[in-house]
Design a protein. Structure first.
Length: 207
C-alpha cells in the first residue's frame, strides 16, 4: 500500500483517496481494502502482520516483483497458480528449474507471463540458497524498528520509498536478487509487518 505507483504500489492502486471505510460488519478499514472482497481478506488476515517464515518471505519477495507495474489484486487472484507453478515457492525446488520450465511457464495464462520476472524468481531462489545468513535475518535487519513515527492518517503520509527500503534493495541486488527495487521493497516491508502502515482508526492498526 504505497503512495506511488511507479514501481510497485501494492494494494493502493484503488481510486479511493479516503483513508478509512467502514464495512458492513461495522469495522473501519484502510480504504484500499474496500474495493474487493479478496483485498478485504488480505487486509484483515495478512497485510501488515509480522512474517518471519523464510519460505513465505521468499514468496512475497517474488510476488512483489511480479506485481511491479500491475495492481496487487492481479497477483492475489493468481497466487494459487503461482504457487503451483513455482513449487509452493520452496527455494530448493525453484532453484532447480531450467530453461524448459521457463518456456513452459510462459505458456501458462494463469500467471504473469513475463520472462524477466519468471527468470528472476528462479535466480532469487538460487540467491537465497547462496546466502551466508538466513533470509529472515537478512531482510528483517532492514526493518526500521520502533523509532518515533506517526501512524499515517492520509495517503500523503505513506511514503513510496524509505532509507531502509533503499538499503534493503541495494543489499539484495548485491547478493544477486532481481526485481527488488526500493519501492518494491517498501511494499514488501508493509505486507510483511516490518512497518505498520494501517491508517489511524483502522481496526488492524497497532495490533
Amino acid at each position: 500500500m504505497s503512495a506511488s505507483t511507479d514501481e510497485a504500489a501494492s494494494p493502493a492502486e484503488v481510486p479511493e483517496r479516503t483513508a478509512l471505510v467502514v464495512g458492513a460488519d461495522g469495522l473501519a478499514r484502510c480504504s484500499w481494502a474496500a474495493s474487493d472482497p479478496e483485498y478485504q481478506r488480505y487486509h484483515d488476515e495478512e497485510w501488515g502482520r509480522p512474517q518471519h517464515d523464510p519460505r513465505a518471505l521468499y514468496e512475497k519477495l517474488c510476488l512483489e516483483g511480479f506485481q511491479a507495474g500491475l495492481s496487487w489484486i492481479t497477483i492475489l487472484r493468481r497466487r494459487p497458480a503461482f504457487r503451483e507453478d513455482f513449487l509452493n515457492f520452496e527455494p530448493e525446488k525453484v532453484a532447480g528449474m531450467t530453461e524448459s520450465d521457463v518456456e513452459r511457464l510462459l505458456q501458462d495464462a494463469r500467471i504473469i507471463r513475463h520472462r524477466g520476472k519468471i527468470e528472476a524468481t528462479i535466480a532469487n531462489a538460487r540467491a537465497v540458497l547462496a546466502l551466508d545468513v538466513p533470509l529472515e535475518e537478512l531482510m528483517w535487519g532492514f526493518a526500521p524498528g520502533h523509532r518515533e513515527r506517526r501512524r499515517p492518517r492520509s495517503w500523503g503520509d505513506v511514503p513510496a520509498v524509505t532509507p531502509e527500503s533503499t538499503a534493503m534493495s541495494k543489499e539484495l541486488r548485491r547478493r544477486g536478487f532481481r526485481f527488488v527495487g526500493p519501492t518494491t521493497m517498501y511494499a514488501l516491508m508493509q505486507s510483511t509487518g516490518m512497518v505498520d502502515d494501517h491508517f489511524e482508526g483502522c481496526f488492524r492498526a497497532g495490533e
